[in-house]
Every structure is written in C-alpha cells, then in structure tokens.
Design a protein around this ligand. Sequence first.
Ligand code: TPP
Length: 630
Amino acid sequence: MSETWNVARYLIHRLDQLGIDNLFGVPGNHLGPFLEVLAEERAAGRTKLTWIGTPTEVGAGSAADGYARIRGVGAVAVTYGVGAFSLLNPIGGAYVEEIPLIVLNGTPTYEQWLNLRSIGLITSHMSQRFESNLDVYRQVTADAQAISIGGLAPRQIDGALSVCLSTRRPVYLEVTEDVFKAECAAPQGEIEATPRGSNRSLLKSAIEAAVAKIRASRRPILWGGEEIDRLRLADDFQSLVDETDLPFCTTIGAKSILSENHPRFHGVYNGKASLPEVRRMFKDVADLRIGLGAWSTSKNLGGDVDLGEDWIKAAHEGVTVGSRFFPKVQLGDFIRGLRAALSGPRLAASGEDYYQAGIGQSADAPESRVEFLASLSETDGAAPDAASMAAIAGFATIPAMAETATPGPPLTYDNLFARINQFLDEATEGTGVGATNPYYVVSDAAFALLGSQNLHRVERRSFFAQNAWLAIGYSVGAVTGVKLARPDKRSLVFVGDGSFQETCQEMSSHARLRHDTVVFVLNNEDFYGIEQMLVHPCFYAGQEPEAYYNILHPWNYARLAEVFGSEKTPMTGFDVGSFAELEEVLRTIADPGHAANRGPILVQVRLARLDYPAAIDYAVEEKCRGANPR
Ligand SMILES: Cc1ncc(C[n+]2csc(CCOP(=O)(O)OP(=O)(O)O)c2C)c(N)n1
C-alpha cells in the first residue's frame, strides 16, 4: 500500500472500513479533487467505493438514508452552498429519524476565502456569511467539522465518524477544495461506536418498577418501536416475546422489526388510524402498554397520546414507568433485564401459561392467557392470522374478477392495498417466522402510508417509511439506496401523485442502474389528499369544495418512462384505471420473463379525488357533522 496519504484518501479509506460501498451525490467543482482521488483509489484497487450520481441532492440524501437504514451507515457528497442547502431536507430527516449518515461538502479554497475577506470577492456558491453552511448543518447533525488543514483532518474526520456511529445521527464534514489533496497521517485502527452503558442502579430500579407494574396488570401488551430497528435489538425483542408469551404490536416506524407471521403479533398500532381490532386490543383490552424503543410521534400515535399510569416506555436512553422516570437506561439492557425478570424458571420449566405463572396475579382473580386471547378475537381466542388480519384491514373487500376481461369495480385505496397485500402473500415462500418474500416495500407519506401500514410483511426489516419527518417524495430517492443495499430484493414503492412530483426524476437513477423497482403513483385526480383531510376534511363528506391549493397540475406519469428510459436502460410505464388493468400489471410484474422487468416500472393508479383510506375515516367522522361512517 502506498505510504502517502491525503485527506481524500483518508476519508475514502474510512468509508470503506465502515462498509459503505456507495457514495451518493451531485458533483461541483469544489468537490472535484475528492472525486479525482476516488478515481485514483479505484484504479489502484484500493477501494470499492462507487460514486452514484443522482439528479438532485434531495435524491442523493434520500438514497444514502435508504442505504443506511439497511446497511447501518451511509454517505453523501455535495458541493458548497447550492448543493449543501438542497441536501438539508433529507439530512434533517436523518437527524430526526436517527439514521447515521456522513455528509461531505466540498468548499471554496482557502485563497477564495481570503479574497472574500479582503476585497469582498464572492466565488460561486459562497455567501457573505463565512460559516453559513457549517452553521446550518450544526442544526441537523451530531457533529459538524470544517477541515482546512491536512494535518488536522484525521482527528476531525475520526472524531466525527465516531460521533456518527455512537449517536446514530448524521455528521457533517466540509473540506476546502485545496485540502482534499493535502498530506495527512495514515489512518490508525478502525472507527467504532462508543459503547453506551446503563447506570446499573437506575437500570435495576427501572426493571423493578416495570416488573411490579407488569405483575399488577392483567393484560399487558408490548409496543415495539423504531429503536429496536436502529439498535438492531430484534433478537432481544423476539426473545422477550417468546419467553413471556406477551402479545405485541409495532409502531409504523418499526413495522416488520419481527416477522408479521409471529403468532404473538397483533398489528401496527397507530392510534385512531389503526385497524379497529388492533386499536381495541391495544387501548381497550390491554390494561398496560409497554413501549420499547417506540417514539412519541404523531404518525405513531394517530391522534392518541402515550402518557399515564397505564404506560411503560423505554426510549432515548431512559425509562418511564407511569409517572416515574429513570434516566441513563439503555434499551437493550432494559429489554434483556425484563426478559430475565419475567421469564423465570417457573415458566420455562413448567411451560405454563404466562398469565397463570405469575404475571397478572394481582388482587383480582388472574385472567388466563387463553381468556385474554379469546377477548382479542371473537372467534377462537387465537392471535389473528394473516388472513384475519387482512380481513380486518378491509382487505377482504378485494373484488372477485370475472374470467373475462371486465373493467371490474372502481379502484379505491382500500381495494388497491387489499390486492397488493394478496399479491405480496402470493409471492411468500415458507411459513411462520421463517417465511421469505422477494419484495421490499418503501412507502411515502400521506394516503400511501395509511394504505400500506397494514401490508402483511413476513420477513424482518422488509418495510420502511420516513414516518416521523415525512418529507413527501422521499421514497422515490430512498429506494435507490435500498436496491443497492439489498440487491436480492425487489422494491415496491407507494407514493402519492403530489409527492411523486417532488422527486420523480430520481426514477432516472433506477433506470440508469437498471433496478427492477416498481413505483406505484397513486393519482387521486391530481390532488394533495391528506392536506385536504388535515385542514378541511369535510370535503370528503361532500360538505365543502376542495381547497384551491391542493389541486395539482395533471401529468402523464406513465410517459415518464420514455423520458428516463433508453434502449440500454429500459423503463416501462403503465396507466391503470380499472381493476382489470391492475390485474394485468400485477401479472406482468410477477412474470420474470416479461421485458418490462428488465428495468424499473412506473404504475400510475387512477383513484377518485373523493376517495381516501378507511384508516382515516375517523377524521371525517369526528369533524364533519352527519358524515356517514363507512
Ligand atoms: C417536502 C414536503 N413538502 C410539503 C409537505 C406537506 N405535505 C404533506 S402531505 C402533502 C400532500 C401529499 O400529496 P400526495 O402525494 O398527492 O398524496 P395524497 O395526500 O393525495 O395521498 C403535502 C404537500 C411535506 N410533508 N413535505
């Protein structure tokens, strides 16, 4: 290995060590020297790092975010000012959603800064505020460093990367253009997350308080959240479930942390937007809710709150038991502590029912788990299986298609997602928690998210949405990173028409990279539906007109395939206006021999402006007098 190190090479080496194979971005002259060194390093066989140029910085940031959600960490590089400010939105999202990203920003040279200071000369993309980029990124990163001296770069880079891994949040490195090739010391060792331990006595107190509350309850339920995903605690969570036999829901943000075939899984709890059966169990049947790594966000709570004596919550390195708070407790320690405390030898040895074995032995007569489960389901007392979950979701309403090609009933959000659910299930191989499915689902915000939240995902970590930050259009860029991180899976994206208009050009990356991603553009007659629902829901009860600002310019979405595709990099567009056309497209997608599957597919699905997913019925019912409940 060559002995000479410079700042760019140092950084590339560190990205390699972190397992980052793809660097997303949009170039600019200030980034030029870095990209030259990258080419040299690749030519010398010293790095696998591959540059993935995307049409926009928002797309690059979203792709890096999607990549990092799967691989654990991602990176994005842009140019000063114009690029960096465009990238701000996805980095804000990664900050809020705790996605570790490394942002590299190439800045003007030292000489150019001196020119600005001495004679006021503004080089392209500079602002008069010397620290404008740095200051802005300090708001959305865990560490922000300006590197202008080669000799100091190793310390600044390593420090920031270590913060990135330890806090699971983005970090920002700006490097002056002329310093990328400046000499620096060789890297030492590897960068690792600093382990964060719990305070032993607070951990013990938190577990004791939680166990006492659980034992005093009769019907506790777990609520697995996003930190189980971010901290890779799925195995610990599953052990807790298996050994205690407690039922669990997840947040939308943690959807598919465990296989949704798990017998104790009871659906995605999202407040009033949950399936009625899920909400009934979570809110009415269960008498204690135990949030593990679940964040208090509006999309996780759908109009509800998670406060009170009937809640235990562990998140953000602390535990709340009713009104008591225990800081400095790590989620992993807490989950493992609960498991040890709740699954004593009595349970394991006797194989006895969880409730009969102690928990629930309050002053009241204990209720057996069988009774508890029976109360969850009117039928046989068992946890709902995939079919009954689908039925609960309204997924039983899939119209039966006649053999002959009739257009079928009008497409709606609910029957569309019912059919997609069936389509996904048809592709599943195997049963139980070991089942596999070839598809990865990425949902955008708005009605798409409400529709896709109950899709049945049999594999762990096979669904995500940017469900706290909720920048519309995120999914179309993010899925570029998903496919690069999980080439073995085929991604399905669900995105509203307004959201798609934000980032549609990111589909050109899908075509360029010959990804087989399928993007379903849900076109409710050129309309920002959720905005209408949030501000003036009574439009949906026929009581007021649509707001002018929610009306979009109509596009011919399917024809974007002609714009982004080429002979070498094909892309196919479909326009689906009926159930029969949907069937035809699904048959095409499932046919590996079909030419359309050589590249990405865009499916415009035409829905009515007045339609919306049943999950948000409650908004119309609560706010519009006399509205007909469906
Ligand atoms: C980047 C960004 N800009 C604006 C918003 C505000 N916003 C939230 S949802 C929405 C409309 C989404 O419309 P569409 O994609 O057509 O989906 P629908 O609501 O019809 O399901 C808007 C504008 C946002 N969340 N993100």
